[in-house]
Design a protein around this ligand. Structure first.
Ligand code: ASP
Length: 437
């Protein structure tokens, strides 16, 4: 029998109506045996996430202040959920335990984790499915890093012993038993760990969009969901700013060869986006899979004639950046030129020191530091075999009056990265996206 791990995000479980939708999705396919949940998220734009209310409670409690206001707000939200679902769940007892903890010895991660803990308990009793606490199955080491091997073993054994289960996302425990959370959005990671441990056929990630969109819809509203892409394409797009999954959620399933299917709880019939291990699993629909970009880059341009013949020039140049604690993001080179593109935030305040050291150690003919750069990645395995993609992209940019400041075609031919002025960022994304349709 197939096994699916279905993870539902905060907006998919924000109130009783949303939870009913999730339950219907689970009932629609018996292979959806294991469910990982987030805490209830926002019901509308002005709403507050339960996790944020919990952090607020903790901050007040840790300062010895009265936390009854945020606590009352979250209590009312869970009350409504339990009542409207008619779930057989002892919410009062659970909330009393959390309140007692906050009053006696407030712990940040423990408090934050209770959003997922309560939501998983409520969903488990509503579905009549066992609740499996992540405190017993997801392990961190003494330094607070995920212990992947221990988690795989514990979670694998626990899931092998049950037909179905609901697990809270976002947290696990330290060797001494205290609760530790992942960074924000970490329920995605728990879902991925569960999919790996259960040797699932698919990791379904249910959210409020029908998949990963071609580009940012706030810039290009016509952006449609991508039907399928590879893990490498996902990595390129996420790195360049597309927000899809928690970064750490990719590795556990990717290394186990398990596909991720991003789905929409509000439109369960939409197929969503399939993220697949290998290129030949993906039916190429077009040369370009997606477009993403970020502002906030600075380019350090160095020119020196006969640079190509000077052994170790590039290594020494990059070493100067690392000595200043700056990591480089891109590094397009010419025969006698090299540009090192770094995050503006990282180099801020260090420009003169970096430039002086480069001049001193490498004696370049020219050196310029140009801030205000935006980098846009046009990503797609299909670009290797499709003719004219670059011509189309650059033609569209020229037509939109966008000045291209830099071009870097990744050596894998998986992407073309274009550097433009930050002020041209949105027009450039729109022009490229329109040319790829
Ligand atoms: N509830 C946590 C957060 O808001 C984790 C998650 O939803 O994935 O970040």
């Amino acid at each position: 029998m197939r096994t699916i791990v279905a993870k539902f995000g905060g907006s998919s479980l924000a109130d009783a109506d949303q939870i009913r939708k999730a339950a219907a999705i689970l009932r629609a396919d018996p292979a959806r045996r294991f469910v990982v949940v987030s805490a209830p998220g926002k019901r509308c734009r002005e709403d507050t996430k339960i996790t944020d209310l919990l952090y607020r409670c903790y901050e007040l409690a840790a300062a010895g202040a009265d936390f009854s206001k945020p606590f009352g707000t979250l209590q009312a939200r869970y009350d409504a959920i339990v009542r409207e679902l008619g779930a057989d769940y002892d919410l009062d007892a659970e909330l009393a335990a959390i309140r007692a903890q906050l009053l006696s010895a407030p712990q940040r991660d423990y408090t934050a984790s209770r959003g997922e803990y309560l939501n998983a308990g409520i969903l488990a009793s509503f579905l009549g499915v066992p609740f499996l606490d992540a405190a017993q199955t997801v392990r961190f080491d003494a330094d607070g890093r995920l212990d992947q091997a221990a988690t795989d073993a514990l979670l694998g054994a626990a899931l092998a012993g049950v037909e179905r289960a609901v697990l809270p996302g976002f947290y696990g425990s330290m060797p001494d038993g205290t609760i530790r959370t992942f960074s924000r959005g970490g329920s995605d990671v728990t879902g991925s760990l569960a999919a790996r441990a259960a040797r699932a056929d698919v990791y379904e990630n249910w959210t409020d969009v029908s998949g990963v969109l071609f580009t940012d819809p706030r810039i290009f509203p016509e952006a449609a969901p991508i039907a399928a892409m590879t893990y490498r394409e996902l990595r390129e797009l996420s790195y360049m700013g597309a927000s899809v999954l928690h970064e750490d959620a990719v590795f556990p399933v990717r290394s186990a060869g398990i596909p991720i299917n991003i789905r929409n709880t509000n439109r369960p019939d939409d197929p969503g986006t399939m993220i697949l291990p290998a290129l030949n699993d993906v039916q190429p629909t077009g040369a370009v899979t997606g477009v993403a970009g970020r502002r906030g880059f600075t380019s350090v341009f160095v020119e020196k004639s006969m640079m190509n013949a000077e052994v170790g020039f590039g290594a020494r140049l990059l070493a100067i950046f690392s000595e200043h604690g700056i990591s480089f993001e891109h590094c397009p080179t010419g025969i006698d030129t090299m540009s090192v593109v770094v995050s503006s935030a990282q180099i801020a305040g260090k420009e003169t020191a970096v430039a002086d050291q480069i001049r001193r150690e490498l004696r370049p003919d020219a050196l310029t530091i140009e801030p205000g750069l935006a980098m846009i990645a046009v990503v797609g395995h299909g670009m290797v075999s499709a003719r004219g993609v670059a011509a189309r992209i650059f033609g569209a940019l020229a037509e939109a009056g966008v000045n291209i400041r830099m071009i870097d075609q990744g050596s894998s031919e998986l992407n073309i990265i274009v550097g433009v002025n930050e002020t041209d960022f949105e027009p450039a994304i729109r022009a490229i996206s329109a040319s790829c349709r």
